[in-house]
Design a binder for this molecule. Structure first.
Ligand code: C5P
Length: 222
């Protein structure tokens, strides 16, 4: 069967990464986590102490940064200019700043260029905010994943806890709402459901159910 391109968009904590990774594994496709790429550039911006409102400096930095997503022994690693930043980019401080970096048009231009190169040969599952609308408008299958903000906050809190960041549910919920607002109201490539994307509300659904639904929608596979 010809290798397809599967695009998945949705707000923070909707389950995109977990589901996209497992769908890719099941199909033996490449998984491309575009959120990890925006987090990696944000981490570099923070390391270099560049003010987040200096869009000129952020654009220049992005143009001179190379980000690679590598699967090594089943682990998805994120490299920023040869440095492994897989763990660092999950820091809550990166989560708080990433939406301010990703609204900069010059930063997005570089990331979209890298993302299209990665998807060039098909056989990819790519997740993010603007994949169906901007990065891969001709994707074979488009999905918009969402869930109630309460459930998304529980999921993210659990992830932070596992990684050793004990944060209250209220604070995670506040961050998620703030990020959703910035992501959906920015001028360039806002988070919006593409009219031709299938909507899946994952509230109360198991991961397995969501995966089966996506495989069914994209490949007609049960
Ligand atoms: O998916 P994740 O929550 O890791 O994404 C982190 C942030 O990166 C998002 O809140 C958004 O600001 C940005 N992002 C984006 N476009 C994408 C993927 C992520 O602007 N395609």
């Amino acid at each position: 069967m010809a290798k397809k391109t599967i695009a998945i968009d949705g707000p923070a904590g909707a389950g995109k990464s977990t589901v996209a990774r497992l769908v890719a594994k099941r199909l033996n496709y490449l998984y491309i986590d575009t959120g990890a790429m925006y987090r990696a550039i944000t981490y570099k911006v923070m390391q270099q102490k560049i003010p987040l409102d200096d869009h000129h400096a952020l654009t220049e930095l992005a143009q001179n940064t190379n980000i690679k997503l590598i699967n090594r022994n089943g682990r998805n690693l994120v490299f920023c200019d040869e440095h492994d930043v897989t763990e660092q980019i999950r820091d809550p401080e990166v989560s708080r700043n990433v939406s301010l970096v990703s609204l900069v048009p010059g930063v997005r231009q570089k990331m979209v260029q890298l993302q299209r190169e990665m998807a060039r040969d098909g056989g990819v599952v790519m997740d993010g905010r603007d994949i169906c609308t901007v990065v891969l408008p001709d994707a074979d299958c488009k999905i918009f994943l969402t869930a109630s903000v309460e459930e998304r906050a529980w999921r993210r809190r659990k992830e932070f806890e596992v990684k050793g960041y004990p944060i209250s549910w209220e604070s995670v919920k506040e961050d998620i709402m703030q990020r959703d607002l910035l992501d959906s109201q920015r001028a360039v490539s806002p988070l919006v459901k593409s009219p031709d994307a299938y909507l899946i509300d994952t509230t109360g659904l198991t991961i397995d159910t969501v995966i089966k639904r996506i495989l069914n929608l994209c490949l007609g596979d049960d």
